[in-house]
Design a protein around this ligand. Sequence first.
Ligand code: FAD
Length: 433
Amino acid sequence: MESDQRMISKIPFYDVVIVGAGHAGAQTAVALRQQAFAGSIALMGDECELPYERPPLSKDYFSGEKSFERILIRPEAYWGERAINLMLGRRVVSVCPEAHTVTTKRGETIGYGKLVWATGGSPRQLACGGRDLPNVCYVKTRADVDGMRSQLSELHNIVIIGGGYIGLEAAAVLSKLGKKVVVLEALDRVLARVAGPTLSRFFEAEHRAHGVDIRLGIKVKALVGSGQPYGDGRDKICGVETEGSGTVPADIVIVGIGIVPAVEPLLAAGAEGANGVDVDENCCTTLADVYAVGDCAAHINSFAGGQRIRLESVQNANDQATTVAKVIAGKTTSHNNVPWFWSNQYDLRLQTVGLSSGHDDTIIRGEPSTRSFSIIYLREGKVIALDCVNATKDYVQGFALIREQLSIPSAQLANPAIDLKDAARSSSLRVSA
Ligand code: FAD
């Protein structure tokens, strides 16, 4: 009956329509086929590129060390071989949950059996004047990075607004390329949203040692044009006017101040949510047959003290993609994996396990001046997260500490001569004795 109606309406129909061909969307399609799901799949994305990994955009793709082919999530042939219909260059602008259809900006309507919303987020824009000037850039897509790279030889003064991971990674790449880089951060330390002060101070010192001018507590007043027509005839940026700290010269401004989840069409269709779309443990939204995964999915996370959060990480995108694929394939599942994240800056590999928000104590394991150490975050005596700088062993062994919620004596945690797994073992023996 249902399929008859579909034939009569002549609307293209897929058993699963995935909106957003980024990390979470592409991985959902991959995971569906891995789960032996035999139904039809459409993967719709507004970018025109094959699905690719975003982390290298501010790291080795930006620096030119990795080609685009090397950051593809799967080679081009994969999608056709697995009968996954890639519908690129399509922006979905509305969802009709009653009719089970989505409509694109071009006016195409596509029917779905199940809909997976995987749209990530758009870069948060500055609120000040001058934000539309040419050469105000973001690090979000391949096109953004290719645009910046194509003019690098003409750029000397680079201002980065925002001292989060993306801003700092871009600063590391650009300073290594010999550019004069200034980072303007509104708060009193970099990485304030994601890490404790010790890690912030460490990275500030590292960047300054590499010649990056890190300025803290700086409020941006306006982006200033030179009055000279540029490219398309518009004014060209020449500086960033700050409150109380003068105007910083700029040939280009890179803005890295977070993302805004791209969930408008879904919320307009009646799905619950605010900062993202709300999902349950199976990634179901409040709309029937509609799921959400990745950066846009606000879920209850036990590692965040049971709060509803969005995680902007590859690990979360992959885990939620696997969960939703299993659910759609009719398999039982539950995922409650410890969150993890990484960042590369210069020769430093930061690996984070757990979520440090809400910590009430920290322990430094090792000596930051050696450039190999870990910061352990505790809440009520239990380890909730580790930031490990060039300390992969701590990172790997840290998962168990967080998962098992052990209380380990501080002296053992602080002593790099004692492996964390041994500290955990002696602690669990003490508990069971
Ligand atoms: P995205 O990968 O952003 O994909 C969403 C896609 O949906 C985009 O292509 C978007 O254009 C498209 N879209 C949006 N709206 C629509 C619509 N209405 N219709 C059709 N398509 C739409 N994570 C880490 O764990 N480690 C890192 O080191 C790291 N570094 C990063 C560096 C950069 C520069 C960036 C930008 C992110 C980084 N991340 C990192 C975060 C990680 O890349 C994201 O968490 C991950 O890509 C999330 O996947 P997603 O599919 O939810 O969103």
